[in-house]
Design a protein. Structure first.
Length: 306
């Protein structure tokens, strides 16, 4: 049974997202009605930057290296050779090995809470962790309407990649966006019952098929190791700049979102306001960003609101 004694918040971050992590921490401090423990991990080399920027209160810092070392089968050498976006997926997926919880809300730095939250937002009355699982229809339909067909193509390719891993046929689910609700029970099943008999580690599996969110979701469906109580996303995620512009054009703000969501996500791949000063952006990259935005607005019809 998941309760306030074995459930935590967890965010994997790094130096380029330090200001976003500060915004997230401020929102946790403001809205964490039940004082659910908040753990934040970064590379060891980034610790002082985070302490200088965030202070030392409201969260517990852990190192990526300690999380990696918790899995003796894979060790820590892979941290130095694995691409950053894959490495962060692995760290998020291995956090449970520290033994700090039986379930966790896995946050990214670009998230922030917008209203009070507690354990009942994450756990079914039976004591079972909710499972984020839906058809992603809103995003896919709007992307199709705007002629952005790659969004659906990428969604289906990702879904097929992990469905085929487990031999599943049927509906294509989205187990995202962040934050994800993850149970150690599911990760343990994936590691001990599926990967170890194949002689594979979670590091190797995610490196081979880098989609940690789908590894969890498909492992849950394959194992049936806990009852599945489906819920839709907990946060309003602005995957792309046009998602944000669409809501803004409709006059939808934070006060409106609080009715249905615990928080919002301004994905850092397009929202640069909280990039720290040490990230160098030359004139060419800024021009490319503006040109890309213009093409979306004018040629795809981004601001056509039905």
């Amino acid at each position: 049974m998941i309760n306030s004694n074995n459930f935590v918040l967890f965010c994997k971050s790094y130096r380029n997202d330090v200001l976003r992590a500060k915004r997230l921490l401020d929102s946790v401090v403001q809205y964490n009605a039940e004082n659910i423990p908040f753990y934040l991990s970064t590379p060891m080399a980034d610790k002082q930057l985070f302490v200088d920027t965030l202070g030392s209160h409201g969260y517990v810092w852990v190192s990526d290296e300690d999380i990696a070392a918790a899995n003796a089968r894979s060790g820590t050498a892979w941290l130095a050779t694995t691409h950053g976006y894959v490495a962060q997926q692995i760290i998020k997926s291995e956090f449970w090995r520290l033994g700090l919880c039986e379930a966790y809300l896995c946050l990214d730095s670009d998230a922030m809470f917008i209203r009070p939250f507690g354990i009942r937002d994450f756990v079914h009355p039976s004591g079972v962790l909710y499972s984020i699982m839906h058809d992603c229809a809103e995003l896919l339909t709007e992307a199709d309407r705007r002629g952005l067909h790659k969004v659906r193509e990428n969604f289906m390719a990702d879904s097929d990649m992990l469905k085929s891993e487990f031999g599943r046929v049927g509906e294509d689910y989205d187990f995202a966006p962040t934050p994800m609700l993850w149970s150690a029970q599911v990760w343990r099943w994936l590691d001990e019952m599926y990967l170890q008999p194949k002689g594979e580690t979670l590091v190797q599996a995610i490196t081979r098929k880098p989609s940690e969110i789908r590894w969890y979701g498909e492992a849950l469906l394959a194992s049936q190791c806990m009852p599945i109580y489906k819920i839709t996303p907990l946060f309003r995620c602005y995957h792309f700049d046009w998602c944000y512009q669409m809501d803004a054009a409709k006059g939808i703000g934070l006060d409106d979102l609080r009715t249905d969501y615990l928080g919002v996500i301004y994905q850092s791949n397009w929202e640069s306001a909280l990039d720290p000063a040490f990230i160098k952006k030359n004139a060419l990259s800024r021009l490319a960003r503006k040109l890309k935005y213009f093409i979306r607005n004018r040629l795809v019809g981004i601001l056509k609101i039905s």
